[in-house]
Design a protein around this ligand. Structure first.
Ligand SMILES: Nc1nc2c(ncn2[C@@H]2O[C@H](COP(=O)(O)OP(=O)(O)OP(=O)(O)O)[C@@H](O)[C@H]2O)c(=O)[nH]1
Ligand SMILES: [Mg+2]
Length: 204
């Protein structure tokens, strides 16, 4: 592949970073969307058998007419420091929350709000995915919105943000959440390009 073409592909690839504390279901979410986007051809994936991610995993696929690169980050505390390194090239962030794990709930909330309120990430579409909705004790949409202080928070009205609830294990909601992320990321990129163009015209 020519260097120019590979540069073009890289620039036009939508990078989505999956973050969240350990055991939330990031790897399962990524593997589920890769399976869905393969037309369910990958039916030999053994969900429930993924080891805790060391560093990160990458996944690539075409989604909604776009080439996408998924970065599934390790959620253990020792890996969280490196999440930031990957935000610079990302176009969207998917925060996966284990809605049924009340022990890690506050820790997850803290990590989520740190990202949500980071001014450097304010232009990046952000999704909060309440995972494990198949479990009876999974927090409801309303509970998370209340507990995370999302209703009426100033930052919420200033950015592209959604909360969705579903299950990576059963596949519920996974297609819709990536459709929103990819569409929002593509839109944010076009807007950024237009604004940069406008600025360049004003300056010239
Ligand atoms: N019941 C249920 N279990 C799930 C769901 N998604 C993931 N799990 C389980 O949760 C555990 C952790 O899933 P992973 O996808 O490995 O979690 P992770 O966020 O990648 O974890 P780290 O790599 O340690 O950061 C596994 O046992 C999964 O089978 C879900 O929607 N429902
Ligand atoms: Mg993982």
């Amino acid at each position: 592949m020519g260097a120019l073409f590979s540069k073009f592909l890289k620039k036009n690839t939508i990078r989505i970073v999956l973050v969240g504390v350990e055991n939330a279901g990031k790897t399962s979410t990524m593997m589920r969307v890769l399976q869905i986007m393969s037309g369910n051809k990958k039916d030999d994936i053994n969900f429930g058998s993924f080891p805790s991610t060391i560093g990160l995993n990458r996944g690539e696929c075409n989604m909604f007419g776009r080439k996408c690169m998924l970065l599934d980050m390790g959620g253990q505390a020792s890996f969280r420091m490196s999440w930031g390194d990957h935000f610079t090239q990302a176009r969207a962030v998917l925060f996966v929350l284990d809605g049924a794990d009340m022990e890690k709930y506050d820790e997850a909330k803290e990590e989520f709000l740190r990202i949500a309120m980071d001014p450097d990430l304010a232009d990046m579409p952000l999704m909060l995915f309440i995972n494990k909705s198949d479990l009876l004790d999974c927090a409801s949409f309303e509970q998370v919105v209340h507990d995370f202080g999302l209703d009426g928070a100033a930052w919420v009205s200033h950015r592209q943000f959604r909360v969705m609830r579903g299950s990576a294990l059963e596949g519920d909601g996974v297609f819709s959440l990536f459709r929103w992320l990819v569409t929002a990321a593509a839109k944010a990129h076009t807007k950024h390009k237009q604004e940069t163009g406008d600025r360049a015209r004003i300056l010239s």
